[in-house]
Design a protein around this ligand. Sequence first.
Ligand SMILES: C[S@@+](CC[C@H](N)C(=O)[O-])C[C@H]1O[C@@H](n2cnc3c(N)ncnc32)[C@H](O)[C@@H]1O
Length: 252
Amino acid sequence: MSPTTPMYRVGPGHFETDEARLQKALERYHEGKGLIGGDPRRRPRWLHPLPPEPARAFRLHQSSPEHLQRLQTFLHHRPLEIEIGSGRGDFILDWAARHPRRHFLAFEVKYKLMRRIVLKAEKQGLGNLWATDDDARYDLPRLLPPASVSVFHILFPDPWWKPKHQARRLFVPPFVDVLGLLLEPGGILRVATDVPGYGDYIVELVEGHPDFLPHDPALAERFADAAPTSRQAFCDEIGRPYTYYFFAKRSS
Ligand SMILES: C[S@@+](CC[C@H](N)C(=O)[O-])C[C@H]1O[C@@H](n2cnc3c(N)ncnc32)[C@H](O)[C@@H]1O
């Protein structure tokens, strides 16, 4: 194992969903059930202070109105790509540097990782990347209008194995609705996972959604020069297989 590659847990061999329990939890989805860190409106301000404004980090309920206005101006730019669950930022920092004319937003709920991304972006002089440690499921429907995103990158999302944690998964019907709404026609949902059962579940969910076309492996070409994420590098080192999926948003 290379000294720079973090160790990750690989989890159990099988992936299951307790549908009855998940459905029950999803009845309270719009009240914030499953949000990581709880309701962001009740988050204490003194905990984990953000890098001082105007650094390109924000929280929907803590940043100043001026800063949120700066963010809105940034988000008006097209094309706009969003990564959800950026981890150490290995992919998004490299991708933003390769595509200076695009704008990027990184969601990473772990404060230290989000901060790392913001500081590294600053050091690299990247003016086209903002980040937040808000839960993406809370912010996205409140932050962006329909058809405003050209690519969503969701790479190696947490499977949340335990039945009581299923509601924290990104791939649940109400969030796939949000992804479909926010993608522009022809926009791409790019997903990777090393948990085969979760991969099957994602394919079933997204392909069964009226906004999306079936997984199209040919779309991989557009991302051929993307840097691996840190979880991907770990899988490569231990020889653990993973799969990338590409779902385009239907044009009508
Ligand atoms: C398994 S890690 C993968 C990280 C990175 N994409 C990689 O492949 O190395 C999943 C990451 O998603 C973050 N995450 C999970 N749910 C999230 C959410 N709702 N909003 C933002 N980040 C989230 C976690 O904190 C974690 O760092």
